[in-house]
Design a protein around this ligand. Structure first.
Ligand SMILES: CC(C)(COP(=O)(O)OP(=O)(O)OC[C@H]1O[C@@H](n2cnc3c(N)ncnc32)[C@H](O)[C@@H]1OP(=O)(O)O)[C@@H](O)C(=O)NCCC(=O)NCCS
Length: 145
């Protein structure tokens, strides 16, 4: 049975393994660990004792920013991402947010489909926002909650 809980320091290594597995341009280990240390809201999804996904968001006044969400490949399309997103939405509301913002690579069609299922709207495109080896535009999306 899938269960959502707060990320603990001891979950960081396994969460970062998922980040490297499914994100073609993963956060650096340093960024990933610092995000936890600065106190971003970090959730995990477990199947019994196995960590299979995580979501990280940050609250700024009435805005919630979804910074990262990922599920290990073998669990895709089995509802874990939705369970995480449902919890991000609920927690953001409890913390006083009225809107959730995110940005996603325009080539990440799977994630865009996932966000559209939640009725996130496309607000803008930042052309060539992502540089490096895998250049891409950023799609800015938001959801009223
Ligand atoms: C985005 C992600 C977290 C979704 O997790 P998930 O557990 O597979 O999502 P769910 O099973 O809850 O899917 C919910 C719905 O989202 C949509 N969806 C999810 N993955 C999809 C895909 N690959 N193609 C099309 N639609 C998809 C579907 O509507 C799906 O419902 P359905 O399966 O009943 O059709 C997962 O694909 C992932 O980890 N991707 C890699 C990391 C990433 O890109 N994160 C976003 C960075 S901005």
């Amino acid at each position: 049975m899938l269960k959502i809980s707060l990320m603990d320091q001891s979950d960081l290594e396994n969460a970062y393994k998922i980040e490297k597995e499914v994100n073609p341009t993963p956060w650096s280990k340093n960024n990933f660990f610092s995000s936890f240390e600065v106190g971003h809201n970090s959730l995990i999804c477990k199947d019994n004792k196995n960590l299979i996904g995580f979501a990280i968001f940050s609250l700024v006044k009435k805005e919630s920013h979804l910074l990262n969400i990922a599920v290990t490949k073998s669990w895709h399309r089995k509802g874990a991402g939705s369970l995480l997103m449902d919890t991000v939405i609920k927690q953001s509301k409890v913390l006083g947010a009225k809107k959730i913002f995110l940005e996603v690579r325009s080539k990440n069609l799977d994630a865009i489909s996932f966000y559209k299922k939640y009725k996130f709207l496309q607000d803008a495109i930042r052309v060539n926002y992502y540089g490096g080896d895998n250049p891409d535009d950023a799609v800015l999306m938001s959801l009223d909650i």
